[in-house]
Design a protein around this ligand. Structure first.
Ligand code: ATP
Ligand code: MG
Length: 551
């Protein structure tokens, strides 16, 4: 944490529980359902759960909430583990709710024996109709008064596979008139003849979320079970189960889920984007997934800093995606290696440069004293950015124009003498002369110029592909916008520059490196790169729009 801040409400609860002796130490959990890749909302939850434990000397379990056999997969389990580790956290135990199926079954039997659960043969439509409305009490099912013995036998038969999907359910016997609809005899087990990614075909009945989650917390002795606000109405059921089963009293606390501008935070919606080809994969750098952010060049440090900055809210809000980019930029400025890449090349010939070439030296990172230098070859023919030359320049144009001087970064001052046009009137070459005494680091020319340009030696330039990303949606609050969220997809979220020219040092780039391409933004190597073709992703632009807007 970079700055002092007051305690959030969950930290206050934890401190009170430790001070009163209610808990000697805390144990939190991060409980993803392995039905998709993790997104930034999960990153918030991970930072909160692991961060709390870290701060108070406790521990955090990674528990896969894998009670729904149909949508879950080990591909997702693996990606989740990779993402949590990449964010910089270590779990105390890797656990699976499916490992508790036998225990959960036992809890259900226990409830039946206590007269607190019954097997219901009603159809799902009938059960829905019995539920009543928020203003009207529900009606008891005719099966509600089944004897304990009959319920025990029927539940065992459900497990044994005697019934088809939907033929019977197990319901908790609570209160059909409760003002909390979730307490009107909720379904706690359903029949589902489906293959589970871990338990295979061992089970054909599966516990519902409300019967699995709290009990799993309790089995692990979780002290503070933190979830998002939509689970507030589930809390009475959470407490009811724990109380009536007489098991470890885990407690649930709720905070506002993270929503961000110009993107969606729902695995279901993200899966649609992947399946329908709107993006190339879960880790397409335009996605708000952790794997996409990693591929795009975001750092774990900056994501943690962002999660810390936004704090823990009790009310839903929408966070500016620009704040995350601000954090990324701040961190990359400190660590990124500076390099020169020309995106839209214009040839410059330096007429009075008669050496074949020379090796200049350029600072890797002016923010880092120990960053060192790299070799940059200089020759008579170089490329500059086409937009850095103007035939007729307005006042205050400090770049290259006829008669005007600029500095080439880490090299010499050059002066534009002339330029060449083709038959269509396009400028094809700029001719300059250089000032030999103006070499960077040893400049005795006494000439002051206002503009400094990035450039690459034409003979040494390596062609690379550049991918520039923009926001994935055009609507700020796309999560709440009317109609289909896909109607708001930004058709221009990806721009590819097929052939930019990079300085030769970039041939050594690895996936772990972070770069600032001078005057262009922050970039990293993409995994699509091959030995013959390097591909770079723009992580974030140089300009800091968020800080400006919010100052
Ligand atoms: P999704 O709707 O995207 O599938 P989920 O809540 O169903 O999300 P889970 O895998 O069940 O996803 O969530 C794991 C944990 O992450 C839960 O504790 C959940 O509350 C938390 N979480 C999920 N989305 C967010 C979010 N946007 N902000 C904060 N926490 C989140
Ligand atoms: Mg879920």
């Amino acid at each position: 944490m970079s700055e002092e801040r007051s305690l959030n409400f969950i930290e206050e609860i934890v401190e009170a529980d430790l001070a009163s002796g209610k808990h000697k130490s805390i144990l939190t959990r991060f409980p993803p359902e392995p039905n998709g890749y993790l997104h930034m909302g999960h990153a918030k939850s991970i930072c909160l759960n692991f961060g709390l434990a870290k701060k108070y000397g406790g521990q955090t379990n990674l528990r896969f909430d894998d009670t729904n056999p149909v949508t879950e997969d080990t591909e997702y389990v693996d990606s989740i583990k990779e993402d949590v580790q990449w964010l910089g956290f270590n779990w105390a135990n890797e656990l699976y709710a499916s490992d508790y199926f036998e225990q959960l079954y036992g809890f259900a039997v226990d409830l039946i024996k206590k007269g607190l659960a019954y097997v219901d043969d009603s159809t799902s439509e009938e059960i829905a109709a019995q539920k009543g409305t928020p203003t009207q009490p529900g009606v008891a099912s005719v099966y509600r008064s089944r004897s304990i013995e009959e319920n025990l036998e029927l539940f065992a038969d459900m497990r044994a596979g005697k019934y088809k999907d939907g033929e019977k359910v197990l319901r908790a016997k609570i209160d059909m008139a409760s003002t909390n609809m979730l307490l009107r005899d909720p379904i706690i087990y359903r029949i589902k003849h489906a293959h589970h990614h871990r338990t295979g075909d061992a089970w054909c009945i599966y516990p519902m979320y409300d019967f699995a989650h709290g009990q799993s917390d309790s089995i692990e002795n979780i002290t503070h079970s933190i979830c998002t606000l939509e689970f507030i109405p589930h809390r009475p059921m959470y407490d009811w189960c724990i109380e009536n089963l007489g098991i470890f009293p885990s407690k649930q606390y709720e905070f506002a889920r993270l929503n961000m501008t110009y993107t969606v935070m729902s695995k279901r919606k993200l899966l649609q984007l992947v399946n329908e080809g709107h993006v190339t994969a879960w880790d397409d750098p335009r996605m708000p997934t952790i794997s996409a952010m990693r591929r795009r060049g975001f750092t774990p440090e900056s994501i943690r800093e962002f999660c810390d900055k936004i704090g823990v809210a009790k009310r839903e809000n929408l966070i500016d995606f620009g704040l995350l980019e601000f954090c990324v930029r701040e961190h990359l400025n400190k660590i990124a290696q500076r390099r020169m890449v020309v995106f839209d090349p214009l040839k410059v010939t330096i007429s009075n440069y008669l050496n074949e070439s020379e090796t200049l030296s350029s600072e890797n990172n002016p923010e880092d004293e120990n960053g060192g230098n790299r070799a940059v070859p200089f020759t008579r023919e170089i490329y500059i950015e086409r937009e850095d030359f103007m035939e007729v320049a307005p006042k205050k144009y400090f770049r290259l124009a006829p008669g005007q001087m600029v500095r080439l970064k880490s090299a010499y001052i050059i002066k534009c003498d002339d330029f060449v046009k083709d038959a269509e009137g396009n400028i094809t070459e700029v001719r300059c002369s250089y000032i030999p005494e103006s070499k960077s680091g040893n400049d005795t020319s006494g000439i002051n110029v206002k503009g400094t340009l990035h450039w690459v030696s034409a003979a040494h330039a390596i062609p690379v592909e550049i991918r520039l990303y923009d926001r994935l949606f055009t609507e700020e609050n796309v999560g709440n916008a009317e109609g289909d969220f896909k109607d708001y997809i930004n058709p221009n979220s990806l721009q590819v520059i097929a052939k930019a020219y990079a300085e030769p040092a970039l041939a050594e780039a690895t996936l772990a490196d972070r770069f600032q391409f001078l005057r262009k933004g922050y970039f990293c190597l993409d995994k699509d790169s091959t030995a013959n073709k390097l591909v770079f992703n723009r992580t974030v632009t140089l300009k800091d729009t968020w800080a400006k807007v919010n100052r």
